[in-house]
Design a protein. Sequence first.
Length: 203
Amino acid sequence: MHQQIRILVVEDDPNVSTVLTARLENLNYQVCGTAETGLEAISAVYRYHPDLVTMDILLKGEMNGIEAAAKIADGSDVPVIFMTCLSDQRIFERAIKTHPYGYIIKPYDINELRSAIEIAVVKHKADKERETLIARLQKALQEVKTLSGLLPICASCKKIRKTDSTWQPIEDYIASHSNADFTHGICPECAHRLYPELYRHRG
């Protein structure tokens, strides 16, 4: 069973908010909170930790929905879907700069609303997975780069001294700090030194 998606509804008209909340709940989403102003929306994000925010652009107070979404993005990666009766191109361009996960023009179709939410949730999950992969790759790259610095190596046994002052065989050290694998052989110089009788008979 999939976890129910929790949605914060930001809408300054109580009647519209009530209708939207009912529609979302009929679609089996959980409305975890509502807000009428930009400041309330910002506070509600940290209070309820929603999976998604539906954001009206025209809000009560001095802060509109676009400004509220930008403030939310500064401290959270929760996906935002703008919902507005405004079709002005300049408003749309301002909204796009906040990198929303959707933009719905009112009045909207119920299927359009559901599709926008599902796409936003899937896209947000994919973005998070990509960020995690990038972080892992960056960490791996940093570990590989450590091999380009000075390595404290024993002049006798060739073990590497690690940061915790323990000593590790050079093969193990390189394998744990890179993608390199080892295959063992023996060079001619060592072969003559270790097995002189073998080469004496051949000579």
